[in-house]
Design a protein around this ligand. Structure first.
Ligand code: SAM
Length: 231
């Protein structure tokens, strides 16, 4: 995998992209996370730089880290939503990339005194290697981060309840196959940049909370397959 350097040119590209607010937003929501912690999550990896192509590559998106405030919002909302059941759900970032959501979720979980299990999987092994290094740096261990695809990761050992985190990892066909695999489980699903919302609804998922921002990265919906919609 090629890891392109990140620098002022990238900020210039953002500034001249027609969204003058983007450089500051990017700094606050992505770059600052790494500067504070010494981790490597914020620089995106286009698909052309992935190198070896894992199975299902054509249906996958490129790597880009979730914005910090989206993860924070999702944590607060799912804690409120699930109440005392929260810890019984295993958190799984499906398409974890360099591990940003896993790292932030683990910090928030510790601050809240929660014992929830936290996992991440990505079909591209070099990204998972970076995620493990980041986890080791912050928490002293490589975490539960697997080089596995959404179609092969074994959810059975996690018990019947999963809290999936997806930041627009793949298209409609794979989303349908992935949700079919989870059919027997009690699923709460955090969907950041929910490009395949229609597929979730078609598969019987109900939106319980919605945060609408001014761009796709700031749009997150929390769905579930076995819960009632919020009033
Ligand atoms: C937009 S990035 C999200 C990264 C991370 N979840 C975050 O929020 O910071 C999407 C990720 O999904 C991964 N991905 C795409 N298709 C996948 C698949 N079939 N199985 C597992 N991971 C996949 C890509 O490698 C990429 O790292």
């Amino acid at each position: 995998m090629r890891t392109p350097a990140f620098g002022w040119r990238d900020y210039w590209r953002m500034l001249t992209s027609g969204r003058p607010w983007l450089p500051w937003r990017y700094f606050r929501e992505a770059h600052a996370f790494d500067l504070r912690r010494g981790t490597d999550t914020h620089a995106r990896i286009p698909k052309a730089d992935f190198g070896a192509e894992p199975p299902g590559f054509a249906e996958g998106t490129f790597y880009m880290a979730s914005w910090t405030s989206e993860i924070d919002w999702a944590f607060r909302e799912t804690r409120t939503l699930l109440g005392e059941d929260f810890d019984a759900f295993a958190f799984v970032d499906v398409g974890c990339g360099k591990g940003k959501a896993v790292l932030r979720w683990t910090e928030l979980r510790a601050a809240a005194g929660s014992a929830q299990r936290v996992h991440g999987l990505d079909y591209h092994a070099p990204l998972v290697a970076i995620a493990r290094r980041n986890h080791e740096k912050l928490f002293g261990n490589p975490g539960f981060l697997s080089a596995e695809g959404a179609e092969t990761f074994d959810f059975a050992p996690l018990g019947g309840r999963v809290l999936c985190y997806l930041y627009n990892p793949f298209g409609a066909g794979l989303m349908r196959r992935f949700l079919t695999r989870l059919r027997e489980l009690d699923v709460v699903l955090i969907y950041n940049h929910p490009a395949e919302e229609a597929t979730l609804r078609e598969m019987g998922y109900v939106a319980l909370r919605t945060k609408r921002g001014d761009c796709p990265n700031a749009h997150t919906v929390i769905y579930a397959n076995r819960r009632q919609p919020a009033n």
